[in-house]
Design a protein around this ligand. Structure first.
Ligand code: NZQ
Ligand code: ZN
Length: 387
């Protein structure tokens, strides 16, 4: 392990069946006024909203409503949330939903006491917060992003055709998160598989970097194997608690900073996926699945040893043939699992047309922590191969 790092994760996790009851203990540390943040209504249909409201009332909290956070939250919604928090002098932002709701709560947190335009400050200039922050708590209802235990916040600006994430420091991570796997049973199958692929890709983004022997890579392999095995159970039996709980916990560890320790990390699949998201508003996990295989086939020669290891350790490919053949078999195994899941295998499925490719290429940020730094021509080529 050759890289230096600082590791701190302050998020307190309440995990398991009935874990929401612990919300009462968690709430004690915060003031009276709680901004209750949720999405388009799933939490009202499945009863989670009512359970949270009861606990807030029993805890003597004043509830300020902030519903309607859309998947891929927009900058306009962010401004609205900041206004609500300011007008009500909110003490705690409580996100009840998926990654979009949790990301949005973090963006509100860093913006309420900030005089500047948050889009410009955090998502264009990538500055760090220099103001008081509001604490964020989370009740997660959809698995995949890792937002429940990290500092990431992704905001979409449709007018500018940009979808940009800022990874804030530990002071912005949720102070606490409730993870009850049963809350994910009502997630539609398409969202469930998108979330599983998202979590898997988070691991890949960190795994496919570096050449040193690194604890993080062994941890990553274990997490990937757990996701593959449990996804197969959940596909057949979505209410299998053991599978859904393993998927939930693996997804949290896939992106809570641990497996990035000592690594440079890649994130180019996410940059391509986010650019696609800015143009299509498609489901995040599907934007990643659509571009993954062309990207990985393209960078395989530059990271051959790691792709060979991925094939052997994660997919149990037999060590026969050249390194290149073994590595390619690993990608074939990945492809066949993706088809089992039923994730998007091409950009056309997400509404991308040939004419959009140049614009999407312009919106793709280029990362330099992986095995190869892409040129613009290579980005266009990968996007065309992903159609
Ligand atoms: O809005 P509602 O009605 O609640 O419905 C949501 C939404 O339509 C539904 N849903 C969530 N929980 C449910 C449920 N439906 C039924 N039962 C439940 N229990 O699922 C849909 C998708 O929700 P969303 O929160 O958008 O999904 P996800 O968790 O995948 O979050 C996606 C956002 O997170 C960002 C993405 O870019 C995207 O904007 N990411 C955040 C990251 C981070 N913080 O580190 C990293 C990721 O790579 C990702 O970029
Ligand atoms: Zn992701």
């Amino acid at each position: 392990m050759l890289g230096n790092f600082t590791y701190q994760n302050p998020t307190k996790i309440y995990f398991g069946k009935g874990a929401l009851a612990d919300l009462k203990e968690a709430l004690k540390a915060y003031g009276k006024t709680v901004q209750l943040i949720y999405g388009g209504g799933s939490v009202k249909k499945n009863g989670i909203y009512d359970q949270v409201v009861s606990l807030l009332k029993e805890s003597g909290k004043k509830i300020v409503e902030d519903g309607g956070v859309m998947p891929n939250p927009t900058v306009e919604k962010l401004y609205e949330g900041v206004k609500i928090a300011r007008e009500n002098e909110v003490d705690l932002l409580l996100a009840v939903g998926g990654g979009s709701v949790c990301d949005y709560a973090k963006a509100v947190s860093v913006s309420v006491y900030c005089d500047e335009d948050p889009w410009e400050k955090y998502f264009i200039r990538f500055e760090e917060p220099s103001c008081k922050l509001l604490p964020v708590g989370c009740v997660l209802t959809m698995v995949g992003t890792g937002s429940e235990m990290n500092g990431g916040s992704v905001i979409t600006n449709h007018a500018q055709k940009l979808k940009i994430g800022h990874v804030f420091g530990s002071e912005v991570m949720p102070k606490f998160t409730v993870l009850d796997p049963e809350f994910t049973y009502t997630v539609p199958r398409r969202q469930m598989v998108a979330g599983i692929y998202d979590a898997f890709n988070h691991i890949c983004e960190q795994y496919f970097s570096g050449t040193d022997d690194n604890v993080s890579d062994y941890l990553s392999e274990a997490l990937m194997k757990s996701l593959i095995a449990n996804s197969r159970v959940a596909l057949k039996d979505p209410e299998n608690y053991e599978a859904r709980s393993n998927i939930m916990w693996a997804a949290t560890w896939a992106l809570n900073t641990l497996i990035a320790a000592g690594k440079s990390t890649d994130w180019e699949v996410h940059m391509l996926g986010q650019a696609v998201g800015a143009y299509t508003d498609a489901t995040h996990g599907m934007t990643l699945s659509a571009v993954s295989l062309p990207y990985y086939r393209h960078i395989l020669p530059y990271g051959l040893k790691k792709f060979r290891r991925f094939a052997v350790e994660v997919w149990k490919v037999e060590e026969r043939g050249t390194d290149e053949e073994i590595a390619q078999s690993g990608l074939k195994a990945l492809e066949s699992w993706m088809r089992e899941l039923g994730v998007a295998m091409g950009l056309k499925e997400l509404g991308v047309s040939e004419e959009m490719i140049e614009g999407i290429a312009d919106a793709t940020l280029v990362m330099d922590g992986g095995y190869h730094v892409l040129t613009r021509e290579e980005i266009v080529k990968i996007l065309k191969e992903s159609l």
